[in-house]
Design a protein around this ligand. Structure first.
Ligand code: FAD
Length: 378
């Protein structure tokens, strides 16, 4: 066991931190929703293609190195909503194209996905299929050299910005979850309508909305994997998303902790810095313990993925620990900053709003606990 990073990992981490500072407001204060120029600023840092093959312009990185870059991205100050948009594009969309797309489709899509010319969105959730994605209402019906896609996806991150959707639907109603198929669907195909972005609690830079497919004819070459493999492909992409994407919350927590320590040293009440009060110093100790233990679980989940040993329990432990630490630490940060912590624009309240959805997307905390309990033998 080796807890040290390699020279290359250290250097890459520092480069991302410096890169965020160099790009400035494009990354630290993007628009709502992000503008294409801001997405391209993230792409220039390599963030949109971290784990895509080098031959398509990606970074060729494994899971742990991808996670470290995402962590550095937000620690350096990149907006959490923009980082989430990039992470969803990369891990829930580019990964299935990388691992299950036919060669011509990989060649058509991956270079643009890595380089920032193409934004991708993952379309799984439906009004009737949230935590339970075993039965999907969306229909995928083969008709010659095309699939006809019909259905409504109810919560699609990046929807309004997307150039390509990774869509899951049912191609065989009698086969249960083994009857699901995945398609990469270019946005320009007729029969796709994208709703207005939702008004959300947080992650404002990342637009999310409904997407309707109505008689949308998708050439068969855009199928990912085989017919019936959709559910397995989704699980594969979730093992990457649940592991790597949450590293952006590690970066947020690191930055947040530094801000809290600085504030606890600076702010004086009753004639001393508030950090001298045990209530405050122990709060900071607990925040540190949550962050560091979550960090180790995340690195382990990524390490297993890099050794072709994806472990659903290890991934669930990591996802649960990081997301719940992000929410708990953000509440503590608001408390440490006091009244100003509650005000918009100070940082703490946005960190809290950006953290709350992390216990919902990529499988809720309850679902992670179910997976962990099953892994424990129940
Ligand atoms: C910010 C954000 C971004 C998202 N982006 C995307 C995206 O890009 N693409 C996409 O397809 N979806 C996306 N989603 C949707 C997300 O995947 C779903 O919200 C999530 O899977 C939960 O589904 P649901 O909202 O229908 O809740 P439900 O499944 O209805 O759950 C409601 C409550 O019941 C609990 N529950 C349900 N089943 C069980 C069970 N078996 N055991 C214990 N408790 C249970 C849940 O934990 C939860 O507390 C996003 C969501 C958010 C908040």
């Amino acid at each position: 066991m080796d807890f040290d990073f390699s020279e290359a990992q250290r250097r890459r981490y520092e480069e991302v931190l410096a890169g965020v500072r160099r790009q400035g407001p494009d990354l630290t204060g993007p628009g709502v929703p992000f503008a294409r120029a801001e997405w391209l600023a993230a792409a220039r840092l390599g963030m949109t293609g971290l784990c895509l093959p080098a031959k398509y312009g990606g970074g060729g990185l494994g899971a742990l190195d991808t996670a470290l870059c995402l962590e550095a991205f937000t620690e350096g100050g990149a907006d959490t909503g923009l980082a989430f948009a990039v992470g969803a594009h990369l891990l829930a969309c580019a990964i299935p194209v990388r691992d299950f797309g036919a060669d011509p489709v990989r060649a058509e899509l991956l270079e643009g996905m890595a380089g920032g010319e193409l934004v991708a969105a993952n379309a799984m959730t439906e009004d009737g299929a949230g935590s339970d994605v075993g039965t999907l209402g969306t229909a995928i019906v083969r008709d010659g050299d095309e699939y006809v896609l019909d259905g409504v996806k109810s919560f699609v991150s990046n929807a309004s910005a997307a150039d390509v959707f990774v869509v899951y639907g049912t191609s065989d109603r009698d086969a249960g979850f083994l009857g699901q198929t995945a398609l990469a669907v270019p946005r320009h195909l007729p029969g796709i309508s994208v709703g207005e972005p939702f008004t959300k609690m947080g992650l404002h830079a990342c637009p999310a909305g409904r997407v309707e497919f109505s008689g949308c004819r998708v050439p068969v070459r855009y199928r990912l994997g085989e017919e019936g493999q959709g559910n397995a492909i989704f699980k594969h992409s979730m093992s990457w998303e649940r592991s790597c994407l949450f590293a952006l919350y590690l970066g947020q927590m690191r930055r947040q902790l530094d801000e809290c320590v600085a504030h606890a040293k600076r702010r004086r009440q009753f004639g001393r810095p508030i950090g001298a009060f045990q209530a405050v110093s122990h709060r900071i100790a607990t925040m540190t313990q949550r962050l560091e233990s979550a960090r180790l679980l995340l690195y382990r989940a990524c390490w297993l993925l890099d050794r072709d040993r994806p472990d659903s329990q290890a991934t669930a432990l990591s996802k649960l620990a990081v997301s719940e630490a992000a929410v708990a630490n953000s509440l503590d940060a608001v408390q440490i900053f006091g009244g100003p912590g509650y005000l918009a624009g100070t940082g703490s309240e946005a960190q809290l709003r950006d953290s709350v959805p992390s216990v919902i997307f990529s499988g809720t905390s309850d679902i992670q606990r179910e997976i962990i309990a099953r892994g424990a033998g129940l």
